[in-house]
Design a protein. Structure first.
Length: 406
């Protein structure tokens, strides 16, 4: 099903992004190259894993490579809103790949995160960012709500893959980010799409869509994994509830690029997400801070959404493009019903088999006992008459002797 009816998809990453993000992809690839070269000397990421156990054993190279898709989509949204220069705050910079890309574009960049907590794992990243002229800040000094920074200081705030980690209302985070923006400034933010197809299918199977409790249960406090993910509708609503104007919204996939090809169900899911953007993996928004005292213009995200990846849309098989989201989820629920029906049948068959085995075992025990009794009777009747008379006389005289004693 790479472009027609077979059941495989060749992803050809990152070349599949080149046609749609020709100018941005080289900068993204170069930034990730620099990050991977820097962290190659790190022999442990334990400080990152302590409060987020799901990261144990994570392949950071694959994660960062796949994030090149996030980086080029962010760059595209910047062009959509017309921002080409200025001062940037990269909130939750982590490995700094977004900071490096923005610095390469000529922006002045401040990168902020819990770098002190993550030492020594991210020490090479701090050194790299500083060599590239990026100022590094720490939440331990500024506060997570940025009380230690001057308000209205930035033309652009980037908050990439952060909001889903907030353990309480995201209102305070969004208010802090909005406060950092100059009037007319831009906020770029992305987060996993709660309504993505994989989540719909997991729920249909009765499985969790957030961090499995077995991973979170023994995490150090505060747990830094995903607490809450959001739909496109929710992201648009929160942005406008914060007093920002929604300027653009994007929906796309990225983590599948860890594979060279997709097959079977994964391939079908890939095309379903191409056909239905609301099923895609990530939501990314661009928002504007209105001028002082300017009225807030409220817009629906669907009227702002434009699909950025012609590469995939132009290859969409006809039989997939005609499917609706409701039909897909309905099919998944039907599959679950069938699976549960088969499981119930198997449980009934297992019970019947166990009952039959018990009945056979009881029957065999009774037959064995009966054979033993028949053997004793047969032995008694096989004795000669004189032997039977002798035993009868012994029982009789024995009983008489016992009676005389009494």
């Amino acid at each position: 099903m790479s472009s027609s009816g077979d059941r495989t998809v060749t992803l050809d990453f990152p070349a599949c992004l080149a046609a749609d993000f020709r100018d941005d992809l080289p900068l993204a690839v170069r930034a990730v190259d620099e990050v991977l070269e820097a962290v190659a000397v790190s022999d442990s990421f334990a400080p990152l894993e302590e409060r987020s156990p799901g990261l144990r054993g994570n392949d950071w190279s694959n994660y960062l490579r796949c994030s090149e898709a996030r980086m080029v989509h962010a760059a595209r949204l910047l062009r959509t809103v017309g921002l080409t220069t200025g001062r940037v705050l990269d909130y939750g910079a982590y490995f700094g790949n977004f900071s490096l890309m923005m610095r390469a574009k000529g922006f002045e960049v401040d990168a902020i995160d819990s770098f002190e907590t993550y030492r020594p794992s991210l020490n090479p990243i701090l050194d790299l960012l500083q060599r590239r002229g990026i100022r590094t800040l720490d939440f331990s000094h500024t506060g997570r709500e940025l009380e230690g920074l001057v308000a209205a200081s930035y033309d652009l705030v980037m908050c990439m893959g952060v909001i889903e980690h907030i353990p309480h209302t995201p209102r305070l985070l969004l208010a802090a980010l909005a406060r950092m923006l100059k009037p007319g400034g831009v906020l770029i933010m992305d987060t996993p799409n709660l309504a993505q197809l994989a989540n719909r299918q997991r729920l249909a199977r009765g499985e969790p869509v957030m961090t499995p409790i077995a991973i979170q249960f023994h995490a150090a406090i505060p747990f830094e994994g995903h607490h809450r993910e959001y739909t496109a509708d929710e992201m648009a609503w929160m942005i406008q509830a914060t007093g920002l104007e929604l300027a653009a919204l994007d929906l796309f996939n990225y983590s599948a690029y860890v594979h060279e090809t997709l097959a079977g169900r994964d391939a079908i899911n890939h095309w379903r997400m191409v056909a239905n953007p609301t099923m895609r993996e990530l939501v990314m928004i661009a928002a504007l801070k209105p001028a002082v005292d300017a009225p807030l213009v409220r817009r629906q995200w669907r009227e702002l959404f434009t699909d950025a990846e012609d590469y995939w849309r132009n290859r969409l098989p006809a039989e997939i493009s005609s499917e609706s989201g409701d039909a897909i989820v309905g099919n998944e629920l039907l599959l679950v019903d069938l699976q549960e029906g088969v499981a119930e049948r198997d449980r009934i068959l297992a019970k019947v088999q166990a009952d039959c085995n018990q009945m056979v075992s009881t029957r065999d025990a009774e037959l064995s006992d009966l054979r033993d009794r028949l053997g004793l009777l047969q032995h008694a009747f096989n004795m000669t008459p004189s032997e039977r008379l002798k035993r009868f006389w012994q029982r009789l005289t024995g009983a008489a002797t016992e009676k005389s004693r009494n």
